[in-house]
Design a protein around this ligand. Sequence first.
Ligand code: HPA
Length: 263
Amino acid sequence: MKVAFIGGTGFYEAHFLKDPREVIVSTHYGEVKTLQGKHGDKEIVFITRHGKGHAVPPHLVNYRANIACLKRLGVKAILASAAVGSLNMDMEPGHLVILDQFLDFTKGRPSTFFDGGKMPVVHTDMSYPYCDFLRETLFKAGKSLNLPIHPSGTYVCTEGPRFESAAEIKMFRSLGAHVVGMTGVPEVVLAREAGICYSSVALVTNYAAGISPTLLTHEEVVEMMKINSQNFIKLLLKTVEMLPEEWQCSCEKRPEAELILRD
Ligand code: HPA
């Protein structure tokens, strides 16, 4: 069984993989650099969302190429990582949050595989965007490792690359968001369109704008991710160890998903 890790801010290396090899995968949407190796009996595919050295900003990440690449490689489950600001005093810097819902405030990103032309019109159900089985397994793994982990949270995705204004954060809070980031959408949507189980673990790196007593910097986000990266890796590896070969979940797998494999 193949599992993919998508590394976000501060998660650029995968030294923990056995027999690692770099493989470039080409897709209809562009080429993707992957690192492929093993953990126990599972095959792991690692990709960095922002590229080496964090060269690609959130609004320019080639989300479609990344997910099409994982589809092409036959990945069954994606465990993604995300750096987030917290809108909620219970979710403190250093805590992990397993996302269960999102609010989409992105603006101009290609956010579907079914964008006309030769592709059919497809309206994908998004009631419960994240795989419940992966979420449960992540939570059990986090608890068994004694990590400060929350079982659920609503993620609001902003366009970036700027941080939010204090008024925007106030609005997002009133809409029910718990954490804010810039990369979770359309990644989760594309994974569902592709019929791949997807989960995302957010690491709180800061309190969001207007809640934090200080102004926000990208450096503090990266620093916080670095400090907590070992916890992250431990959580992902433990989750992989706990995953069975097969499971029941409500992630809808539609036949149109296979069209994503076009050249
Ligand atoms: N806002 C948006 N994205 C983020 C934040 C934030 O406060 N922290 C980490 N990623």
